[in-house]
Design a protein around this ligand. Structure first.
Ligand SMILES: CC(C)(COP(=O)(O)OP(=O)(O)OC[C@H]1O[C@@H](n2cnc3c(N)ncnc32)[C@H](O)[C@@H]1OP(=O)(O)O)[C@@H](O)C(=O)NCCC(=O)NCCS
Length: 181
């Protein structure tokens, strides 16, 4: 942190395809983000399904350091029209710097490229900040899954049905440019 309490810039932020080299740090970030985070083997399995398995994983890196990642799964049996956001995590020291926004913009562009017309996710009922992030991308709450998470926490199911619309590109451009929509 800088003296003013604003996270200091430690290097140029880049968004790249997530790979096995990122897993060790990702497991640490999972432990900081969730009561029971994804393990090394879950990451390996997810990354093995990039491409033909319908998964896309993006990593935000500063220099060589992983500071965030996010995943998309184009759901089979929906003719490629539905996609799930599988996970989004940002290093606690890098939050509120629009890292998650950049990652989701990248996933949104990939989903549109693949012809997805609706995307969805589950988010902890207590994760108010994450829900605000998703609302910015046009997601709305559509239901609750009771006791979905460990320790019985509910999940809020959110959907966005606008991702295939022509205007959604403009929303992604605005979000990427840091201008609120
Ligand atoms: C949720 C999470 C991914 C957000 O990452 P981030 O890089 O800090 O998010 P951004 O900086 O891109 O935030 C964009 C906007 O989302 C909203 N937002 C994000 N975090 C917020 C928070 N803690 N409180 C309120 N609003 C928040 C704000 O509107 C923010 O814009 P602003 O900073 O200009 O006000 C991060 O807090 C995290 O890793 N949390 C733990 C894991 C998690 O809950 N993931 C979601 C699982 S579904």
């Amino acid at each position: 942190m800088s003296l003013l309490g604003i996270p200091a810039v430690r290097g140029r932020l880049r968004t790249v395809g997530m790979g096995r080299r990122h897993i060790a740090r990702a497991v640490e970030l999972e432990r900081e983000a969730y009561p029971t985070g994804w393990s090394r083997s879950v990451f390996r399995s997810e990354l093995d399904q990039v491409g033909a398995g319908g998964r896309t994983y993006l990593a935000a890196v500063e220099g060589r350091r992983l500071i965030g990642y996010a995943g998309l799964w184009v759901v089979p049996g929906t003719d490629g029209s539905e996609a799930h956001i599988t996970n989004v995590v940002v290093d606690p020291e890098r939050r509120r710097c629009r890292v998650a926004t950049r990652l989701l913009v990248g996933l949104g562009r990939e989903a549109r490229r693949r012809g997805v017309s609706a995307w969805t996710l589950e988010v902890r009922a207590s994760a108010i900040g994450a829900q605000a992030l998703y609302r910015g991308f046009g997601f709305s709450p559509a239901g609750i899954r009771r006791g979905y998470y460990e320790q019985g926490e509910d999940a809020v199911v959110m959907w966005c049905h606008d991702i295939g619309e022509p205007g959604y590109d403009a929303l992604l451009d605005r979000l990427e440019g840091g201008v609120s929509a």
